[in-house]
Design a protein around this ligand. Sequence first.
Ligand code: MRU
Length: 350
Amino acid sequence: MKVNNKSYRAIWIENFAVCMIDQNLLPFEFKIHHCYSVDETCDAIKTMITRGAGSIGAAGGYAMLQAIWENENAENLYNELKTAKQKIDATRPTAVNLFYATNRVLEAAKISTAFAIAEAHAIADECVEQSKKMGIYGSELIKDGYKIETHCNAGWLALVDYGSALSPIYTAFENGKKNIFVYVDETRPRLQGMRLTAWELQQQGISHAIIPDNAGAFYMSKNEIDIMIVGADRIAANGDTANKIGTLEKAIAAKYYGIPFYIAAPSSTFDLDTQTRNEIIIEERNEEEVLHCYGKNKEGKLENIFISNPGSKAKNPAFDVTPAELITGFITEKGIIKPNNEEIKKLFEK
Ligand code: MRU
């Protein structure tokens, strides 16, 4: 996507470095972060300089590529890559795209180093192609004049390019549906909606408003939402879907008010080894993220401030899981499917 008329991906390789748009600084600063080693890329995933399932997957693939570069002269490259994979996989536990990516590169290394390198690049490129296709299929669900709610950031920052939940919105807009409006959940505590989705939509000239996380049901009850589209971090074989904390509440409210609730995700986010929601590991992040807030002060300086009752503890689950029965359908790169074992299985047969 374009920023100041220049095309960018959220993450890419340049001069043997993994380069990524620093998502912790947006929307205040647009800065490229460079990772020169496996450790630096792991750190960037952990601290969410890059984030969102697709971009995390691309980062994981590129970190494996760095492991190949770092172990050029190793006696047993495969063993070194196995160790690197463990380190990379430990950065974030929920988004399956990470394990999907490290696994693909490791498996490819059994055949040849050249194949493993090609796989690392292919993971990011495929994510872009799949995102584009989700846009085409998903845009059919959006009529001109629609009001769409989304949660977190499932845009191009989260999927290398285009996005999952936002890609259908971009495609609909490009195809002339100019009167769409997006309700952007702020997405406490990291504010991916308020900081990143709002920034993306503004870059594309799409009308939107940020709403507090607890306002979704209110707007649904007022017939203000025609459709809700969100992304996913892991989809179990039965359709249960892990996504940013707060998604579950929106799905429950959407069901109550009869609002279509779609998940947009590439097939790399479906995990057939995970049968149901009970098997999905939910990342618990530092309580600091809840107790503090990061933003610009009156003088325009970036500041981290404490916003809570001193001495109180906080809990910070990063994701929740929406049961399949609350989901209207999945927007995938192969079309729109129903949330059940049979349709999900077919996704991998086509
Ligand atoms: O913790 P994050 O910001 O990485 O979580 C991101 C989300 O939950 C997105 O909705 C999800 O990755 C889907 S977009 C690829």
